[in-house]
Design a protein around this ligand. Sequence first.
Ligand code: ZN
Length: 424
Amino acid sequence: MIFKKYSMMRFSTIIGLYLLLQQIGFSQESMPAKPVVCHFSEENSFTQILPEDFIKNNARLLATSKIEVTYIDFPASAKIAFQQAVALWEKYLISPQTIRIKATWSSLTSTTLAVSGATRIFKNFTNAPYSNIWYPTPLAEALSGKDLNSGDYDINVTLNSNINWYYGTDAKAQAGKYDLITVAMHEIAHGLGFSSSMEVINSDTQGQYGQSGSAYVYDAFMQDSQKIKLTNTGIYGNPSLDLKKSLTSNALYFGLKNNKFANILPRLYAPSPYKDGVSFSHFDENTYPSGSINSLMSPSVRAAEVNQTPGELLLNCLNEMGWQINGLIGYVVTDTESIPEQNMEVKVFPNPAEDFLNVAIPLQHQPRTIKITLLSSNGIILQSIENQLVTVETFVIDVRALSEGIYFLRVVDGERITVKKIVK
Ligand SMILES: [Zn+2]
């Protein structure tokens, strides 16, 4: 009997240790992602939102990321238009890792315009802002500064070859035709992470989300009209009827933390009945009608609808999910600054931070000026450290007085500039 008791204790201790290690360890995991399906409307829109005038705005003058596309069965003129969308996104996104897209030209069902999404999702990778949250491949790579899938594709985009596409790069709204640059920009955004795992299941009775027990980073920002997060398991069970009600409430929002948007939170597409693969991963069609500046991510692209600008709301959603966006929060890469390929040497940890933030700067032989600035999410300078000559490797910043939220740390190391997103 004594022996039996002893072995039971040992067993439970081992299980306990194993669970504890699992919690501390959070080892990196990956699995295939769920794609988004996009539809079209036959109605002609005759609206036109031109690409941003980069030179006039004196921002986004340079590409701050590299997007490489492999085309499968694409007609030559379609490639040219797709590349135009790629060149635009390269000026908005900041990533040290090449973003690889597989773009396929294929016959899809008659109501489908395109299918798109990240190839895979990753969690608990190096520098992941949140533990146990799935990030799409290109964002996980941008955050970790690592190629996580050995050079494989990060995004899959399939365009329906049966659509009457407009291949022109002159942003003309053509009756009965679908502007390929507009659609390519929209589909790339899904692949960057504008994609929810929420769904309605069990004969329209329950809402649920996540893969292998973890939510997508996009899901973690979804909130109801009372500003309650749908991933708040104290309020919303997963799966549950309450979740289903909110998912079909037509009153679902992307909870941007930036106060600037407190009263104009992006409204998500949450129709009743739920539309599989379409609901939630788009902005609300009625709130952002064709021709309005934030309409790129509305669920149904119209004929003769040209929109070649992401819009402030989409850029801020991407930014708060973890993307560094060129020209946002006052951070502008001009041609005198270096691009991020060379800027991954500065390490900031722990992130999320509670009390102190360590900024590790690799020592180099030559003396140079180091300037570290902590900024609020809307660009206000909170703290500044300036050193003429680096004699230490790690700077410590006291963040105990900061409230919970998103911050930016800008490190100027000689000629190199690094901007890191910090979660407190
Ligand atoms: Zn879409």
